[in-house]
Write a protein that binds this ligand. Structure first.
Ligand SMILES: *Cc1c(COP(=O)(O)O)cnc(C)c1O
Length: 389
């Protein structure tokens, strides 16, 4: 490869330091205000951030909490399900989705995902519904909405609550057949999100939030996230200690106004990858659902042949291009979930994705020169493998 193509700055999966650099004065100011005011729990920045986030997502109630996993747990707690109730969720997701159900003594019921969007397969969801089903927990994986049209039809018809794990798709929108548009996370009974630093809207530590359109549920969730208390030292419910720190809320308020611009950059980077990589035989660029926008938390390729995924990752790594496998093992095949008794082979799409997906760097600080280098390196890999065949 010509050395003049090698970018001068190292390529990273994520570059938070560079992303935050222009915001440093505002972040410093926000942080020193919190330190000076010393209202570290439920300080004024928490409610202000919740209100501002609500305004950017079409006005749902926003209940901040400690992290995205707690948000899922609180969402399920708010349903008051009997022990052992079944929670239908995708086999291809981050483990937290299943964990939240399992720690509550609820039963994760895995179903397979669509090979296109990597999100819940509605037909498989429908087939998994039983009289014990307590909720359907959809994940908007990698930044694109699950098939909310089909899922909403199932949950409405069967009177089952829909929970949306929106940790990866904050700001994505979905268009229903009747023309209605909604933000991801605001369609189901409860939506959840995460402000883990690497997420599209990341804090400086852990953070999370819940969304609901129901004022009563919002009040209940607020109580559940704060020891189940209705007023200080009066505990109506068994809750959690799960609050968003004032420090995190204050810093998130600085970042939130930049989210649309950062999302637009992610989308532009994705378009550029698409244009350059589409048509390479043996490689599939991310599918785009016509009804959902895509906020590209990840830009995830699918390789046709499993061994090529690992070969490509190694080839890229040797040439200074980081990449990641989200996720190498489906949740039903994790040792912690073996007790549920799902055999290997039960969810062929999820299992095949774990062998064939590869996520490329996509973040607001990725330069065009870096992207050109990544693309050239991928093209070189496929030119090599073709001539070797
Ligand atoms: C990050 C993530 C979570 C968990 O969020 P935390 O804030 O890390 O607890 C849950 N679900 C999905 C799909 C995620 O990507």
């Amino acid at each position: 490869m010509p050395t003049d193509l090698v970018p001068s700055a190292p390529i990273r999966m994520l570059d938070l330091a560079a992303q935050h650099a222009p915001l440093q004065p505002a972040l410093d100011e926000a942080l020193s205000t919190v330190l000076r005011e010393a209202e570290f729990i439920n300080g004024p920045a928490v409610a202000a951030f919740a209100q501002e986030l609500s305004a950017t997502l079409g006005g749902p109630h926003v209940i901040p909490c400690a992290n995205g996993t707690d948000a899922l747990q609180l969402a399920l707690m708010s349903l008051d399900l009997p022990p052992g109730a079944e929670i239908i969720l995708p086999a291809f997701t981050y483990v937290a989705t299943a964990e939240a159900a399992a720690v509550l003594g609820l039963r994760p019921v895995f179903v397979d995902v669509m090979p296109t969007t990597f999100c819940l397969d509605p037909a498989a969801v429908e087939a998994a519904v039983t009289p014990r089903t307590g909720a359907i927990l959809a994940v908007h994986l990698f930044g694109q909405c699950a098939d909310l049209e089909a899922l909403k039809q199932i949950t409405t018809r069967q009177a089952i609550p829909l929970i949306e794990d929106n940790a990866q798709a904050v700001g994505a929108t979905y268009r229903f057949a009747d023309g209605q548009q909604a933000y991801a996370g605001t369609v189901g009974e409860v939506g959840t999100t995460s402000f883990f630093p690497a997420k599209n809207l990341g804090a400086f530590g852990d953070g999370g939030a819940l969304f609901t359109r129901d004022a009563n549920r919002a009040a209940y969730l607020r109580q559940l996230a704060n020891h189940g208390q209705t007023r200080k030292y009066h505990h109506q419910h068994i809750g959690l200690n799960s609050r968003l720190d004032t420090v995190q809320a204050a810093l998130l308020r600085v970042k939130l106004p930049h989210l649309p611009a950062w999302t637009a950059i992610r989308q532009r980077i994705a378009d550029y990858y698409d244009a350059a990589l589409e048509g390479i035989s043996g490689l599939r660029v991310p599918h785009r659902d016509a009804n959902s926008s895509h906020v590209f938390h990840q830009y995830t390729l699918t390789l046709e042949k499993a061994p090529q995924r690992d070969q490509l990752q190694e080839y890229l790594g040797q040439r200074g291009v980081p990449s990641m496998v989200y996720y190498p093992v489906p949740v039903h095949m994790q040792p912690a979930y073996a007790y549920l008794g799902y055999p290997a082979g039960q969810f062929p799409v999820a299992e095949q994705l774990c062998r064939t997906v590869l996520s490329l760097p996509i973040h607001p600080m990725l330069t065009e020169a870096q992207q050109d280098y990544i693309i050239t390196t991928i093209r070189a890999f496929f030119a090599l493998t073709r001539s070797a065949a």
